[in-house]
Design a protein around this ligand. Sequence first.
Ligand code: ATP
Ligand code: MG
Length: 425
Amino acid sequence: MSKLQPARGTRDIYGEEARNMRAVVDAFQRVASSYGFEELATPIFEFTEVYKRPLGETSDIVSKEMYSFESSAREAGDKEPEELTLRPEFTAGICRAFISNGMQQNLPCRFMSWGPAFRRERPQKGRYRQFHQINAELLGQDNPEADVDIIAMAWRLLNELGLGDKIVLHLNSLGDQESRAAYRADLVAYLSSHKDRLSEDSLRRLETNPLRILDSKDEGDREIVAGAPPMSASMNEASKQFFDTVKAGLDAIGIPYVHDEKLVRGMDYYCHTAFEFITSELGAQGTVLAGGRYDGLIEQLGGPPTPGVGWAGGIERLAMLSAAGHVPARPVMLMPMGEAATRKAFELAEELRSAGANVISDRSGNLKKRLNRANRAGARFAVIVGDNELESGLAAVKDLDAGTQSDVAFPDLAETVCNMGGDAR
Ligand code: ATP
Ligand code: MG
């Protein structure tokens, strides 16, 4: 049999990478809590409509990246087959949950979520088919100060992860509906005059979603896009003011940014503020966290008109950059020799753990084998309990760093091991 591999674009996560990813989620939970965010965990699959409608048929995600399937389980009571989709992003599902649970009574809502997301795209370093996101949404506030809050939260998190000087905040305003429509017309006029040089993808988007052409990765497109009219020229007064207030708020906190007129977001539902935190250290996968305002989304899903602003960060990319994972404290290896000692060791192990030590019970093989395993596990102490020790009431404690050994009475074991640095690495 050939070597059994995970499906393309999926990976097993363990060791240092798992620790680094956990550190990102831990920091996110801490920081988001400090801004008043509470956990909302939505299902990992939803009715396909939940994503199709708000993201737009022409978005990359809906048009080619979603894992959608028809599911029918008549035996389990389904009447009709259901069209389901694995979560490609969090926002739409969270808005669905907001509506389903009648949460409009409790506005504003601040939700933090994290977990896997699925997109069928070409796998590369930092780009997978199952990847993981941290996600924050602030619902029910249409004021620009809310945008400042949500960006400040991202900024604080990135700094806690030690990324402050590895990333740049790119900021843009897409304006309100009127401004976007005006810009769309200007852009289409400009791009139409360069139709002969546009890529095939962009030609299609010219009809369906011209703003996305600004985001094209095609070299030829990029040259044309460089000469496109600036978005800011089409902003009406209200949109300008909104954006000015966002910028003033960021200035007040001292968050640096660049105004990036070409920044648009991949989904249809954005308006006003759009932003991305970008690093130059991950090549083409340089966007580590991105978001913006989506005032029409909840209404589009069939809920009461409710403004929203939020962001999502890629846990893999953040973990790769920050490598902030904590190695667990060095374990104590507990080595009972014989049946009676094994029973006694259950009790000793729990006492040691209650005192704060990490304990691995190693019950197999001769002492030499066990000491080898202790070294591989990075243990500082080996605690040996055999018949002699049971009789004397003293455990043999080996300090594996110093190469010394001492006898310690059972009741003093926990204190001794913890005081001698059993949990320091
Ligand atoms: P990209 O331009 O890299 O495709 P995107 O605009 O599709 O990103 P978003 O939908 O804004 O990404 O998702 C937010 C974040 O999730 C991204 O900034 C990135 O860090 C991460 N992310 C998105 N897609 C993937 C993926 N396939 N694998 C790993 N991380 C991803
Ligand atoms: Mg993408």
